[in-house]
Design a binder for this molecule. Sequence first.
Ligand code: NCD
Length: 308
Amino acid sequence: MLEQKHLLGLDGYPAKDIETIIDTAFSFREVLDRPIKKVPSLQGKTIVNLFFENSTRTRISFELAQKRLSADTVNFSASTSSLKKGESFKDTAQNIEAMKIDAVVMRHPDPGAPLHLTKHVDAVVINAGDGKHEHPTQAILDMMSLKEVFGKIEGLNVALVGDISHSRVALSNIHGLKALGANVTVCGPPTLIPPHIGSLGVTVSHDLDEVIEWADALNILRIQMERMGVGLFPSVREYRDVFGVNTERLDRHKKELIIMHPGPMNRGIEIDSAVADSKQAIILDQVLNGVASRMAILYLLLGGKAEE
Ligand code: NCD
């Protein structure tokens, strides 16, 4: 049903397939509201969650999506420090083949690791975040959440605010949103925005107030302390003052605006608690839509093959 066998990233991913995934996700949302939140769609399919990097919400979201679809799942978590990379990667791939696993959901600190895996296994590979590269399922759930509020993506003004350089969520959102016809601005300090990002068709701004005036939605990204060296911005306090989204700043603009965040949030830095917990924030809807989106992705990539 989808053009590509794997979901590795949204760069060059067909817009019509993103739309199919989002539409299917809305129908799975309905399953999540039932007293018994389970359908037999992936009965008999085996999925492994291969996490080489810490994750709470994405891993749980995938696991839940798999259980709701009645798939059999196994989890493998490892920190790369405890593995000798090259060799263990190949071993892992060979094990997956030997165990006749249908799909692999993979998070890895190295960009391109999921693509690399596709060269060694027959299984469907889904990227759950590869280093600073892409996080396609997060972008799809973000777009689903925008569509839920606005009814469409085309023509929307969406701003990605914060640490763009270290964010795979930003890159996947840019590719997906542009494919579906949204206008995208990235906003943050110059040191946290890649120099040639304009070539992806986005506008760059360093003025959060200007961006708030323009935007229909702000997707606020975490300052990724663990991925950055020292000295990319003067201090956390200064970052908060210049790029932090807080109630006083939003109140000054007197306009309706949707607030998003992929989590985990640094409350009090890029987003204030009052904003995160406000009515205009759809952060928990994003979490729910994450399960529905991942159900849709798994179903579309694996579904309908049970009898083969
Ligand atoms: C994101 C990630 O891991 O890239 N989080 C997530 O998927 N829930 C964003 C982040 O780590 O800030």
